[in-house]
Design a protein around this ligand. Sequence first.
Ligand code: GSH
Length: 334
Amino acid sequence: MSASQEYKDGSMSFAGKDGHYRRQVSSFRDAISGEADAKFKPERNRYHLIAALACPWAHRALIVRSLKGIDKVPDLLPVTIVDSLLGSEGWSFVPYDEPAGLGVPGTGNHIPGHENKKRIREFYLAAEPNYSQRCTVPVIWDNKLNTIVNNESSEVIRMLNHCFDDFVEPQFKSIDLYPQELRAEIDGINEWVYNTVNNGVYKSGFATTQQAYEENVKPLFESLDRLEKILSDGREFLLAGKLTEADVRLFTTIVRFDPVYVGHFKCNFDTIRRGYPQLHRWLRNLYWKGPNSAAFKDTTDFESIKAHYYQSHPQINPTRVVPKGPIPSILPLD
Ligand SMILES: N[C@@H](CCC(=O)N[C@@H](CS)C(=O)NCC(=O)O)C(=O)O
């Protein structure tokens, strides 16, 4: 069942009757694996990542693909980027005629044998002809079996953490974003960060009643306070002085916070740059500093991010005007 309903003007409400937004459960939950009987074996010239630069969930996959050096091996996991505008037929590889002239173009669809597909929906229907839910990114598409391996970002990044280790250069093989000894801690932090921060901004922004909005925006800022405390000893990463998937998952929300969530989703008790100096330091370190920064910086496209949110939700922003600020989108290191 879809959690969205269409208004008379064609725009979508993503909230239910009680004003609360509920994210749908992802449908494709397989994994690429080197195990002997695996259906989806790691191979070159087989898999594609379909992503939106705007989307924080897809952004996780782009970051891990880069951190793990998967992007440096030709034809291991090429990326197809959709246009930034999420229109009435979902994510698209070609510009929408209506509303016309909006959005930042993606890469176009060059997935061999599927070049004529215009919308991401067509891949979902090829994989599952009766699919009736929302067609979300990220998607790992298997061009051999013509199906979707997985469309749940939390599982996609777990999979990319190791599944292509036999193909990447040695220095990337040893990178482990979910090390055994930290798993319990990572799972613990992921759980409340997912509910109140990653999804909390959406639950605040898509709420259609005052009460639903307040019930979600307060826990969001409580969690930002909690993160601020965790980082207050000056640590560079959330856990144990080591970059983990917990940092990746939090980054994609925090980097969008001041440019989009403060205004568009009404998450405006404070901004990260003014009210959360520790989170702000952590964010800028990931984005600007050290050997990992390219994975964070080069996958962050503020133009697509802002265009997407402000133009794709006419129930929130009917004029589709995109604000110019904050300037700059992210501040430099001190
Ligand atoms: N649980 C999914 C959520 C993905 C998701 O909701 N993606 C949004 C973009 S931010 C999407 O593709 N929405 C398309 C639509 O609603 O039509 C994941 O983490 O992979």
